[in-house]
Design a binder for this molecule. Structure first.
Ligand code: G3P
Ligand code: MG
Length: 244
């Protein structure tokens, strides 16, 4: 069995402000082999790494990313809400993260946040940026918007896609096949070992989220998942090291 990918959720978000270059760099230091981040788009079309549609919670401006030009967004403090020592952190661009990955072996899980603000054209733009960075074989595109994932697959059959969902879907690997997806990004309670087995028979892997407790990590490793998305890449790294 291959070692599961250790995806740091929004970077090492237990230790650093989520979705900042500090969080991504710390994730690597803590043993992450992958990084999950959330992609939104500014008013003038820059792809950026931020979870919420609004800038309020993590960057202090009560406005949508979609309504803000990159120049203004680039000056916002994306670190102080977490701890004043991170006040220099900014909202990273997708290109900044792609550069970090290009200099390493990291696998990127780029979650398109196009469920509320739909960001028409975002799929092609993300794919172009990934190709430009030469990372098509090290990216998994995911989204709760499965129409968007179907479009990604049409545009780029060679780039992996992962279906995000929360519930105990019935035989989700059969559904995944209808949109030619490669992975199931399931809420971790919606993952049982027999489902991992049946999905594997259909050529589909599981990358459950967001798994922060050791016991649950062990359960999922033993179930045979191909990756785990966690705020604590150090905990997962230690468990994987113990198991050789
Ligand atoms: O991709 C896994 C996870 O990030 C999905 O939920 O809300 O944390 O982006 P959320
Ligand atoms: Mg996410």
């Amino acid at each position: 069995m291959n070692t599961p990918i250790n995806f740091a959720h929004r970077g090492a978000s237990a230790y650093c402000p989520e979705n900042t270059m500090a969080a991504f760099a710390r994730a690597v230091e803590l043993g992450a082999t992958g990084i999950e981040t959330d992609i939104q788009r500014t008013k003038d079309g820059k792809l950026v790494c931020i979870h919420d549609d609004s800038l309020l919670r993590t960057a202090g401006l009560n406005r949508l990313v979609n309504d803000t030009d990159y120049e203004e967004l680039s000056h916002l403090d994306a670190g102080s809400w977490f701890d004043p020592s991170f006040s220099g952190e900014r909202v990273p661009t997708l290109d900044q993260l792609l550069q970090l990955a290009a200099q390493s072996e990291l696998i990127l899980n780029l979650e398109l946040k196009n469920g509320v603000v739909l960001y028409p054209g975002m799929e092609a733009e993300v794919i172009a940026a990934v190709r430009e960075a030469g990372l098509a074989n090290r990216v998994v595109l995911s989204s709760f918007n499965h129409y968007s994932l179907a479009l990604c697959k049409q545009l780029a059959p060679d780039i992996r896609t992962g279906i995000l969902y929360m519930e105990g879907l019935f035989r989700p690997w059969e559904y995944a096949a209808t949109l030619k997806a490669d992975a199931l990004h399931a809420y971790h309670y919606a993952v049982l070992p027999e489902w991992v087995h049946d999905a594997a028979e259909a050529g589909i892997v599981y990358h459950p989220f967001t798994v922060n407790e050791d016991r649950e990590m062990v359960r999922l490793i033993e179930a045979g998942v191909a990756g785990i998305i966690t705020d604590y890449p150090d905990r997962l790294n230690a468990l994987l090291a113990e198991r050789g």
